[in-house]
Design a protein around this ligand. Structure first.
Ligand code: SAM
Length: 360
């Protein structure tokens, strides 16, 4: 059970982008590899390109050396052997336990995965029922330890075939299959509120969430109507200027925390620097990137969260071009910054970007 491949889970339809991205990182780490995937499968396999169990091809190294936070299109990942394990029709546990023992590790968490496709989702019930039996068996074999650095992953391609591997707890998604389960808040104006909630959860750690988005902080929301993103900041006691020609939800306006300006988002500038710029407009990604970069270089905002809608083709190249443009402009303006980007679970044909700076 030599770990010579990495499995990456992604949104169905974005396998090419997920593959392109991990291949670039593998090349940077001088890891010879090729990709195995198929369209709409919602997962990608990066396979070390040597049939030998050569230590240089150990993907356990790669999943700790590459910063998972830098991957935009991967929701979750883990290292495993390229050998797909075939299971018997009944009593699958012994074969699975054998394979796990062969990994020679202990685990602090156990995750049962499947692809985010209709076929994959049909495994949900099976996985939920199987997991407690597996966990009990692992406890008996003393393969679970609260302090272990690894999470055990079982990725079922169907109920009779599984890849078994592991990911570093501190360099992978804490949410099962990289999917955060959020409840639509009853009073929020639109479903896209979930996108902003997920973005805050993904890009900011707990401490940052409570110190960087808090009482009395100021926000400009470009393309705000009907107010799902604004709502998230109002919930956190921030004052929001909402820019949109369209109407905002009346209940949100009645909080007294929102000023609505019916003007063009591309020409508006605030009188005073704001803590957050947020922007969710269905515009060309380069156009939005230039706007965001200008807000930073002209000193209008300290931090930003925004969406980049993806074009139909060459999506990875388009994303990289936008991020490079922003990086260049902020560096030229001498702004100490961090750019993070992710295709969140609630994103469709888009990614979300977060820029934080150390400036006030
Ligand atoms: C996807 S919606 C925003 C949804 C919002 N984030 C929410 O959570 O409810 C995009 C909004 O951008 C606005 N918009 C697009 N171009 C704009 C522009 N140039 N100036 C101001 N608003 C614009 C549209 O009117 C639309 O309401």
């Amino acid at each position: 059970m030599f770990p010579d491949q990495i499995i990456l889970l992604c949104r169905p339809g974005f396998e090419k982008e997920c593959a392109g991205e991990i291949m670039e990182h593998a090349a940077l780490h001088q890891f010879p590899a090729y990709i195995q995937t198929s369209e709409q499968s919602a997962f990608v396999r990066l396979v070390g390109s040597s049939p030998e169990a050569d230590e240089k091809l150990n993907t356990a190294r790669l999943i700790t050396d590459i910063d998972f936070q830098q991957l935009i299109f991967a929701r979750q990942w883990f290292a495993c052997s390229r050998d797909l394990i075939e299971l018997p029709d009944s009593n699958r546990l012994p074969d699975i336990l054998d394979a796990i023992e062969n990994l020679n590790e202990t685990f602090s968490e156990v995750e049962l995965d499947y692809a985010d496709t209709n076929e994959g989702k049909s495994l949900n019930k099976f996985c939920r029922q199987f997991k407690p039996h597996l966990v009990n068996a692992l406890k008996k074999k003393q393969l679970l330890s609260a302090h272990a650095r690894w999470r055990l992953h079982l990725f079922f391609t169907d109920s009779l075939h599984v890849y078994i591997g592991f990911a570093a707890i501190d360099n992978s998604s804490a949410d099962a299959m990289g999917i955060i389960r959020l409840k639509m808040p009853g009073s929020a104006p639109s479903r896209s509120t979930l996108k902003m909630e997920e973005a805050i959860h993904w890009f900011l750690n707990r401490e940052q969430q409570s110190t960087m988005i808090t009482n009395g902080m100021t926000v400009v929301d470009l393309g705000a109507a009907p107010g799902g993103w604004t709502w998230q900041f109002v919930q956190r006691d921030c004052l929001v200027t909402a820019i949109d020609n369209g109407p905002m939800q009346p209940a949100l306006m009645q909080t007294g925390m929102v000023e609505h300006l019916q003007t063009d988002a591309f020409t508006y500038t605030p009188k005073k620097k704001v803590d957050w710029l947020i922007c969710d407009m269905a515009e060309r990604p380069l156009h939005v990137s230039r706007l965001i970069a200008r807000w930073f270089s002209e000193g209008h905002c300290s931090n930003a969260i925004f969406n980049l809608k993806l074009p139909m083709k060459k999506r990875l190249v388009a994303v990289q071009e936008c991020l490079a443009l922003i990086e260049e402009k902020l560096t030229a303006a001498n702004i100490d910054h961090r750019i993070q980007a992710k295709q969140l679970y609630h994103d469709r044909e888009e990614i979300t970007v977060c820029i934080t700076t150390t400036q006030n």
